[in-house]
Ligand binder design. Structure first.
Ligand code: ADP
Ligand code: MG
Length: 410
């Protein structure tokens, strides 16, 4: 296929259509550069791809550098749940070939192509007949593949289609990179802002300590403040790191079967003293022993986050009850773990923001320290296990946070 052929393809279009086509490409390109929301951006790209190429469906697969696999990031014909399940191998798939060779590829009849990866069609019950894929680059590095399948009206993909999709992919690559950088810089800005508060407190304390007229009692007080602020800095930096790792997909879970009740007992032991200080009693399940499959250390972090919240945002003399129950999600066995407290509860409006990073209910800020990152981290961990997290809460009565983890099948 040559440039000359592409010229011929274009000649099939009447000048009016051709003009409209170019105008549409320019319009899309402008839209892409103003969209910084990652998901919205990807959706715009695939919609534009089906429209410009006149194909039935389009998808974007992004390269996961750490595992060397391609994963669907957006597709017009695959739902998000199915997308998560599908891993496209670099070897043994056409998209993998495109990502490795950095060249476009047209397959006129996938049934005659041994390297076509059947996994996608099998999962989503779709019949791919033909496809065109092009590599997506950012800063000269291949970051994924943009692919259209099943050209409409029984037509063939043309050289002009390859050119159009390549143009779109190159604009998309830059836009994706911009959106990623923007998200990162947003996070860094918020992080630095959060670090400034304890640092300012520490600076003020040192200035005070240097004053000769300060009483011994006052001196003790200042040092205690400094200790608190230092602890807060340590907690903040640990949480930031955890969250940054998870958001960029650099956290790898170490999955193994383990006894859930033992983990619950262990976690309760960690917070026992903190609960007793507020005269809060903790009730744990004893009847059924569940063996779950997950990253034990990370799931302990989930339990500790929920338990410390249930203590921090509870009333003096309140209680916490942990429930476990087997549930089915998409015919797979899971255990639902619920942590119920008798605390202040959370208003409907605040419930909607509960899992956003840095979110704290304004009225709780006064009486308890926190980073507002605990639940955001918790949600990441649970979802990385294929589970769900949610809450029910009533103001003045209490809250129940529940999450699911996969059960080991007997
Ligand atoms: N069990 C609970 N009861 C009432 N409010 C809660 C509970 N858990 C969390 N919250 C509210 O949600 C906010 C976010 O929680 P989290 O992400 O763990 O951050 P942090 O505990 O560091 O503030 C808390 O500041 C608190 O206002
Ligand atoms: Mg917390």
């Amino acid at each position: 296929m040559t440039g000359a052929q592409s010229q011929r393809d274009r000649k099939h279009m009447d000048p009016q259509t051709l003009l409209a086509h170019y105008e549409r490409i320019i319009e899309i390109s402008q839209q892409l550069n103003t969209t910084l929301d990652h998901m919205a951006l990807l959706k715009k790209i695939i919609t534009a791809a089906t429209e410009l190429i006149n194909a039935d469906a389009a998808s974007i697969m992004l390269l996961d550098e750490s595992t060397g696999e391609l994963r669907f990031a957006a597709a017009t014909n695959i739902n998000p749940h199915e997308m998560e399940e599908i891993i496209v191998p670099l070897e043994g798939s056409i998209a993998g070939w495109i990502a490795t060779h950095g060249e476009p590829r047209v397959i006129e009849d996938v049934t005659k192509e041994p390297s076509h990866f059947q996994g996608v069609d099998n999962t989503i019950a779709y019949e791919t007949r033909n496809l065109l894929g092009v590599p997506m680059r950012a800063h000269n590095k291949i970051i994924g593949v943009l692919q259209v399948v099943n050209k409409l009206n029984g037509d063939h993909f043309t050289e002009a289609d390859i050119e159009t999709l390549t143009t779109l992919a190159s604009q998309a690559g830059t836009a994706i990179e911009n959106a990623r950088l923007f998200q990162q810089s947003d996070f860094i800005a918020e992080m630095v802002h959060e670090l400034r508060t304890p640092l300012a407190a520490l600076k003020a304390s040192t200035t005070l300590l240097l004053r000769p007229e300060i009483s011994e009692e006052k001196r003790r007080e200042i040092i205690e403040t400094m200790q608190n602020e230092t602890n807060r800095l340590i907690q903040l930096t640990t949480d930031f790191l955890d969250l940054a790792r998870m958001e960029s997909g650099r956290t790898k879970l170490e999955l193994a079967p383990f006894d859930l009740n033992k983990l619950i007992m262990e976690s309760v032991e960690v917070v026992r003293q903190q609960a007793e200080d507020k005269h809060i009693r903790i009730f744990v399940p004893t009847e059924i022993n569940y063996v779950v499959k997950g990253d034990r250390g990370k799931l302990k972090q989930v339990l500790l986050n929920l338990l410390t919240n249930a203590i921090k945002y509870n009333r003096e003399g309140g209680s916490i009850t942990i429930y476990t129950e087997q549930v089915e999600i998409d015919e797979q066995p899971f255990v639902e773990i619920a942590v119920q407290d008798t605390g202040y509860g959370i208003s409907k409006e605040n419930q909607r923001h509960m899992f956003q990073k840095f979110f704290r209910v304004a009225s709780t800020e006064g009486y308890s320290q926190g980073t507002g990152l605990g639940l955001a981290i918790t949600k990441h961990i649970v979802e990385a296990h294929g589970g769900h997290i949610g809450l029910e809460s009533e103001e003045g009565v209490g809250s129940t946070f529940y999450f699911t983890v996969p059960l080991v099948q007997e």
